[in-house]
Design a protein around this ligand. Sequence first.
Ligand SMILES: [Zn+2]
Length: 293
Amino acid sequence: MKIKHRFAFNTKRNNIRLFLDKHGIKYKAMHDYSIFYLYDDNDVFDLINDFMISNNETSIATPIYTKKELESAQWLTIKSGWNSLYPQPINQPSYIYTTYDMTNYCGGNPNLYNEKIGEWYREHDLPFYLCEKGLVQKDGFVLKKEPNWGSRGFTMLFWVTDELFISPKTEEVLNNNLRGIVYFPVYNKSKKMFDNVKQIYINNYVNKGLCIDSIERIYTCPICGFIKYWPKIGPIRFRKEIFENIDVDIVKTTDKFWERECDSLILVTNKFYKTIINAKLDRGLFFEPIELI
Ligand SMILES: [Zn+2]
């Protein structure tokens, strides 16, 4: 694995441009800001990275795995980089209320708007915090239209970052090869089922088992005490015993992630990964190996 860093800076900052020119780093001007990419194994990475940090410019890091690392992993995370549609309805009543059972939901301590007095407020005299714990899917997602699949086989929705939606071709491939794949229908706004898109309904969960050395940050809800994580970059480590009795090819983690969302990671077996690669349905997908400890 190596890490790809994306740096962005204001094109008007001459000192940065001069420094990059001096060290032979090519950057691309996009209107008023410029971007460049640098891998962490580049000889000048530390020099450039330190310089950028000293100029208050930090990078966005993405791990890049070798084919061998991906092919040899027992379990991998899966995400789609292609989000083309929003869950409906996007206004009130929001899709949150129509798609999920919210009996055990906790919103945390969000900023709320009081229309009568035109002011923002928070319900509790505590810091701003988004929890999002306890959403349980009760109905199929509603979309404006079917995804325009082209050569893609998977998509995710904006705002919903732990559910996968698939094309009919993908469904056929999954059904022929893999275990534990069930689906939720997807509807149009008149609640008629779409023919060309389904959601993979992932109702198998592995127990909590995130290893402490994979945790970058911990978030604790000031209202309900629920804990979420931000993982370190690189293969995320889980205790291997949580996978011992799993006999399906796709699961979700009980451990929840991210600062503003409360997402499970979606994990798939090596067999799932290879089935998708062999069927050439991986366009737009990101896989990351996980490590079992
Ligand atoms: Zn909470």
